[in-house]
Design a protein around this ligand. Structure first.
Ligand code: NAP
Ligand code: HSE
Length: 336
């Protein structure tokens, strides 16, 4: 039997707790182990919660419990999650997170700590909710030089653009994204492109092995958009890696007619990854929301149960990645 702890029982943490019960059988089939919830870290105990008996406000209870081997963080922000991550990894527990702010800012340090303590550090849900992209880069694409990525990496802004296209006002669409649990605690992170640029920087760090800072990538959000051009304007995160030179940008872009990403509606995310050998591969999925995100997190839990050591593919160091402004003419040439 494996016991996990969840830190933060909001949209995502609540989804993980629920799916752990609902998907008990499939998790057991895929790991050969029963996976149960051992503890929940909260800010205040809610006595009427079905998880009240598992709640603690003190992370030491989890840190010092040898029966808990995996910590899932779903709090948000950087400082408290970083402290939890360091303590969990040093205590020899796998650390799994959906927190792109944390991974973008501290991923290099967490990789080093995970390696030192030989435990998994996994974050599939941090770059597109239910859309697989971290694991494909970490496994399927490890034999090819990735030289171009472009994608829709924020569900809230894509949902807003889709709703505006159907006639909603910007404000109505933002409210609905919040009600559905897609938006960040501060939705300006979504609509200003900050969430997308954090995800792009994680992907770039994985591809290059160096730390890509979101601050080094020009970022424009969707707040000033007046026209969605029939759904062809998307908040695009793109990067080109050519002969060791990297350029990147997040901005609203009018996609060419027929581009695969024009078919990514509503809360979906989509990303195209081109490798020198693999050519184009594309990924698509629900980019936010409790259950799709929890599904990605639990796939990491399955990996941590089956492979309880640090794996290290596509890890990055603290060496700074130099990123230039986006230039269309720096796109690599491809075989047709
Ligand atoms: P949320 O609904 O606001 O949930 C966060 C939870 O963490 C709240 O229950 C909050 O408790 C709790 N919390 C805050 N500080 C805490 C602390 N120090 N100790 C223990 N619990 C604490 O946020 P969310 O949407 O689930 O997002 C969580 C993380 O997942 C974020 O990093 C986000 O970027 C990421 N994510 C979200 C989605 C999504 O669709 N929502 C998808 C992918 C990734 P209180 O109620 O007391 O404030
Ligand atoms: N706020 C994020 C989004 C959550 O809308 O995409 C998923 O990362």
């Amino acid at each position: 039997m494996k016991k996990i702890a969840i830190a933060g029982l909001g949209t995502v943490g609540g989804g993980v707790a629920r799916l752990l019960t609902d998907n008990r059988k499939v998790l057991m089939n895929n790991t050969g182990e029963e996976i149960t919830l051992g503890a929940v870290l909260v800010r205040s105990i809610k006595t009427d919660s079905e998880y009240a008996h598992l709640m603690t406000t003190d992370f030491s209870d989890i840190e010092n419990d040898p029966s808990i081997s995996i910590v899932v963080e779903a709090i948000g922000g950087v400082d408290a999650p970083f402290e939890i991550a360091c303590r969990a990894l040093k205590a020899g527990k796998a650390f799994i997170t959906a927190n792109k702010a944390l991974v973008a800012e501290k991923g290099d340090i967490l990789h080093a700590l995970a390696k030192e303590n030989n435990v998994p550090f996994l974050f599939e849900a941090a770059c597109g909710g239910g859309m697989p992209i971290i694991r494909p880069i970490r496994t399927c694409l490890t034999s090819t030089d990735i030289n171009y990525v472009y994608g829709i990496l924020n569900a809230t802004s894509n949902f807003i653009l889709s709703e505006m296209d159907k006639g909603s006002t910007y404000d109505e669409a933002v409210k609905e994204a919040q009600v559905r649990g897609y938006a960040e605690a501060d939705p300006s992170a979504d609509v200003d492109g900050i969430d997308s640029v954090r995800k792009l920087s994680i992907i770039l760090s994985m591809i290059t092995g160096k730390k890509a800072s979101p601050d080094d990538i020009r970022t424009v959000g969707i707040t000033k958009l007046k026209d969605t051009c029939g759904g062809r304007v998307k908040l695009l995160a793109r990067a080109c890696i050519n002969d060791g030179k990297v350029c990147a940008e997040v901005s609203p872009v009018l996609l060419p007619e027929g581009d695969v990403l024009t078919c990514v509606p509503s809360d979906r995310n989509g990303i195209v990854v081109r490798g020198a050998g693999s050519m184009e591969t594309a990924y698509f999925g629900v980019g936010a929301g409790a259950i799709p995100t929890a599904s990605a997190i639990l796939a990491d839990v399955v990996e941590a149960v089956k492979r309880p050591e640090y794996s290290g593919e596509c890890a990055w160091t603290g060496e700074k990645l130099v990123i230039s402004p986006w230039q269309d003419d720096s796109l690599p040439e491809y075989r047709s």
